[in-house]
Write a protein that binds this ligand. Sequence first.
Ligand code: GLA
Length: 351
Amino acid sequence: MSSTTTRAFAPGRVNLIGEHTDYNDGFALAFAVQQGVVVRAESIPGELILATALDLDESDSFPAAAPPSAAGWRAYVRGAVAELRAAGFAVTAARVEINGTLPMGSGLSSSAALEMALCLALLDLAGAGTPDVIGLARLGQRIEHAWLGAQTGLLDQLACLAGAPGEAVLIDFLTLELTQTPLELPECRLVTVPSGSSRVNADSGYNRRREECVEAANRVGAQSLRDVSIQDLHVLPEMLARRARHVITENGRVLQAAASLERGDMEHLGLLLDLSHRSLRDDFEVSVPAVEATVAKLKAAGAVGARMMGGGFGGTVLGLMPSDAPIPAEATVVSPGPGAHLARLGRADGQ
Ligand code: GLA
């Protein structure tokens, strides 16, 4: 049954380990954080979507039937409406308000959180039923591809949807199997620190890396880098071999990290984070000086392990800190919270 007012919450994500593996049919171990985006949507007469980003104090208005392209946060709203309709879901005129505790550009994938909250709220409003987790994640991915020009994988959306308090999720991007994994960190905690570098040219750099991975797989005659081993790399030009080596070794580190977590072995988990960072910096070449400085600062503050997180070319750094070590002033402690969900408000709600 459709409601006239609805509200959806979708969290940001931390990727513990497994970077640039999602679009290579690899593995990642990620979790939804407590912070997230809230979308409140209300049916209105007419044919328009009226959207407001409350924290930016900006608005948008466009026809639900034919959203024109746009930049920034508007692209997510217009893209969500367009992609939902393209997938066969009815989207009707609505007033949409965006709010929450996850600012855009926080490095915790506010974009996937926004996409998922928008999709859940608009689907609920139209009483159109909801696709399963994989279908919903793919919708978000199509918004990124078609409306933002970022050829991203499914990591952010799946982590956002599969979140559960106290748990991370091990994702196999080949089979799309999701395995819930308790995230217990004996005598440690995870923090994120913004590097201060705003990911200039991040999308073009990201898309280029994706192409390089496809080319590396093609040249060894494999469907994806999941089917490639270190022994195959000698046929590749040096740069492509390094790109592929990052992905292959990173997949191994994800599985080792899951085992370290199970054993409660924080030293080993920290080492894997350090090795992941080194591989992203030297083989995949997606680090920048501000990220290096942030990693060094966390290590100097006593981090058991630290690494750049997300697509690279700037962004946020993740650190595994001993619980008794003071955390740097700009750091945020992150822990697993619930996945994206609806909070129905009913017909009379005015909030
Ligand atoms: C970004 C993308 C994800 C993933 C990471 C790198 O966050 O949105 O799909 O590729 O970068 O691991």
